[in-house]
Design a protein. Structure first.
Length: 370
């Protein structure tokens, strides 16, 4: 009987989305086919320390009294090793290495900077370990809303009006940047360029609010993007799953829709994760087959525009003038009730099957340049 593949779930991390990553780890652990795969869990504390976490502890992670879970600062650190047998994990206790595990696939359930942005993917590449999801470049481009839009524009995808500004430009050419931003129609959404889960985002309905909005965005990223809002547009989403057997190298799910109930129409972090009545998710969305086909095609084109692998969620605005791609997410929310798994469940792929498929895709792809 062949050896079962060892899957390392990596979760937590230094980004503001630490707690959501912990919830994702609990969901994925519950869905992994334990008849086919062995599992080891690696938590990354908010300070960036790595630790092996007992699986029963991972399974118990949940929101308690409105507070998301987190990885505790460890007594003993986990270390990642590269040896003759490949990539291994161990716990360092003094000068000893304990709990040694060979790793076949890393499943990084990390959202935001230091996990979804190509950084940990680069570590996996250097360590010679296969991993779920996009590679270094695709992860980095998929995290940076400015570079993402440049890639989309080069691929001929419809992108809404925006202005991007580095930290240097906002220091040295602030008036010039503000002049460019003033040409956008209100409302304007001011965002950290490399953030997620709507953290640090401000809806600006008066240009006098720009300075405060920039300050808030720069609390999370020196680079800021200013996007012209789509008033009255529908927010539609498509899940993409890698499929090497198709001409496009991927396939698209049914289309889902988010209907925000908040007065300002802003789907922020609190609404996403802590307000059960803040938004309604519909899958499939009530749209024509023609529009569904168009959005599915655009989602796969976006996947290929950044050289995506494994999984991706593409978000669109649709109004009477057409469809516009807003952004993609290379590690979308992945709890069992998140939009990405929900869209695949409605498309006929249940959550455990989806987790298995992503691991299989990682196992099948070669190490090194691809």
């Amino acid at each position: 009987m062949s050896k079962r593949a060892k899957i390392a779930l990596v979760f937590g991390g230094k980004s503001p989305e630490h707690g959501i990553s912990c919830l994702t780890a609990a969901s994925v652990l519950g869905a992994i086919d334990r008849e086919r795969f062995d599992v080891v869990a690696i938590g990354i504390s908010k300070s960036g320390r790595w630790t092996q976490v007992p699986l029963e502890e991972v399974a118990s992670l949940r929101i308690v009294d409105g507070v998301p879970p987190e990885v505790a600062e460890p007594e003993h650190d986990a270390v990642w090793l590269v040896g003759e047998r490949g990539s291994e994990l161990a716990t360092r206790v003094g000068e000893r290495l304990l709990d040694l595990h060979e790793v076949d696939v890393a499943f990084a359930l990390l959202h935001g900077p230091y996990g979804e942005d190509g950084t940990i993917q680069g570590m996996f590449e250097m360590a010679g370990v296969r991993y779920v999801g996009s590679g270094v470049l695709a992860s980095a481009v998929g995290m940076d809303k400015h570079l993402m839009k440049i890639a989309f524009e080069a691929a001929g995808l419809p992108v809404g009006p925006y202005v991007a500004a580095s930290g240097r430009r906002l220091r040295c050419e602030r008036d010039l940047v503000l002049g460019e931003v003033a040409k956008l129609d209100l409302p304007i959404f001011v965002k950290p360029a490399r953030g997620g889960s709507s953290i640090g985002i401000t809806r600006v309905s008066d240009l006098a609010q720009l300075d405060a909005a920039i300050t808030e965005a720069q609390r999370h990223d020196p680079k800021v993007i200013f996007e012209q809002g789509f008033v009255g547009a529908r927010e539609l989403e498509v899940a993409v799953l890698g499929d090497p057997d198709t001409p496009e190298g991927c396939r698209a799910s049914v289309v889902g829709e988010i209907q925000v109930r908040a007065e300002d129409g802003f789907y922020d972090y609190e609404t996403k994760y802590f307000d059960d009545n803040g938004a309604a998710l519909f899958a499939p969305a009530d749209i024509s087959p023609e529009l569904a086909g168009e959005l599915g095609s655009l989602a796969c084109r976006a996947f290929n525009a950044i050289d995506g692998e494994g999984l991706l969620r593409a978000d669109f605005f649709v109004d009477e003038t057409g469809a516009w791609i807003n952004e993609v997410n290379t590690m979308p929310g992945f709890t069992e009730i998140s939009m990405y798994p929900t869209l695949w469940r409605v498309s006929g792929v249940d959550y455990p099957e989806l987790v298995t498929r992503l691991i299989e895709l990682a196992l099948d792809r070669p190490l090194g340049l691809r």
